[in-house]
Design a protein around this ligand. Structure first.
Ligand SMILES: CC(C)(COP(=O)(O)OP(=O)(O)OC[C@H]1O[C@@H](n2cnc3c(N)ncnc32)[C@H](O)[C@@H]1OP(=O)(O)O)[C@@H](O)C(=O)NCCC(=O)NCCS
Length: 242
């Protein structure tokens, strides 16, 4: 993948994490990670969480190396004051990225210059769906969700959730954003229009959103801060390896 393509494209790389990885492969992936990442890997209580973390970070590093001549193990990251990881290596193209991991799937979005965020979730039963919707989504969304049940309710919930999560991750603000102040309309063609309440400073014209269905069991969304024409979204699957 040439970095030039990112001038008018945004790339998303997904990897499935359902297949257990053996000791040799674990060692290979660990060799790419920084000492901080290795320490976090060691701290996970559950092996499946540790392995998903490992695969996500190996995916991130191998993905960035597709766009710039730096080996996966040599990428350095720093955190913004609000905790968003960014590239700390100097001198390369102005790559931006965001990472997500969920049961069975890891994903990474890459753009040039533009703030970008990604969130993926496994579509599964979850406690307090309507309570979360009432607290985090706007009143109209919550009211519409009251009419839904079963699979339609879950699909709506995870679509609304991943779109908001991708947005707060693109902004890098985490839990601080009043996510009830965004309304999304999602026509069936996968494009998404956002409407922001007048009390927040964000403007819909500055943002692009897209809902994705990377697998039948997952919903994902990306958010991209870019005021010019809608970029082409290129989605790829890969296996995490050196
Ligand atoms: C990290 C956070 C931003 C997302 O967490 P999450 O959905 O559980 O996890 P994801 O797997 O999608 O993303 C985690 C990755 O996001 C990145 N990340 C961490 N903090 C971030 C921030 N402030 N901004 C952007 N990205 C961040 C990291 O790469 C992290 O992976 P890592 O910990 O392995 O390095 C979370 O702390 C958060 O604050 N979420 C907001 C919750 C919320 O209010 N959602 C509203 C939805 S309606």
């Amino acid at each position: 993948m040439a970095v030039e393509n990112l001038k008018d494209e945004v790339h998303i790389w997904f990897a499935a994490t359902d297949t257990p990885i053996d000791t040799a492969w674990t060692g290979t992936l660990l060799s790419m990670l920084s000492s901080e990442e290795k320490a976090r890997f060691e701290r996970f209580a559950l092996p499946q969480d540790a392995h998903r973390y490992l695969q996500a970070h190996a995916l991130l590093r191998t993905t960035l190396s597709r766009y710039h001549d730096i080996p996966p193990s040599e990428w350095c990251f720093r955190l913004t004051p609000l905790g968003r990881p960014e590239i700390a290596n100097g001198g390369g193209p102005p790559l931006r990225f965001n990472l997500t991991h969920t049961e069975g799937l890891v994903g990474c979005v890459v753009s040039l210059k533009s703030d970008c965020g990604i969130d993926a979730e496994r579509v599964c039963e979850r406690a307090y769906v309507m309570k979360i919707a009432q607290r985090m989504f706007n009143t109209r969304d919550h009211r519409e969700m009251l009419q839904l049940t079963g699979e339609s309710l879950l699909r709506r919930f995870y679509s609304e959730w991943t779109l908001r999560e991708a947005f707060v991750k693109a902004k890098g603000v985490g839990l601080r954003y009043p996510t009830r102040k965004i309304a999304f309309s999602t026509p069936d063609n996968g494009s998404v229009q956002a409407k922001f309440d007048h009390t927040v400073s964000d403007r819909a014209a500055e943002w692009h959103f897209r809902l994705l269905r990377p697998t039948p069991g997952h919903i994902a969304a990306i958010a991209l801060r870019q005021s010019h024409a809608e970029p082409k979204i290129v989605q790829r699957w890969t296996q995490v390896s050196l």
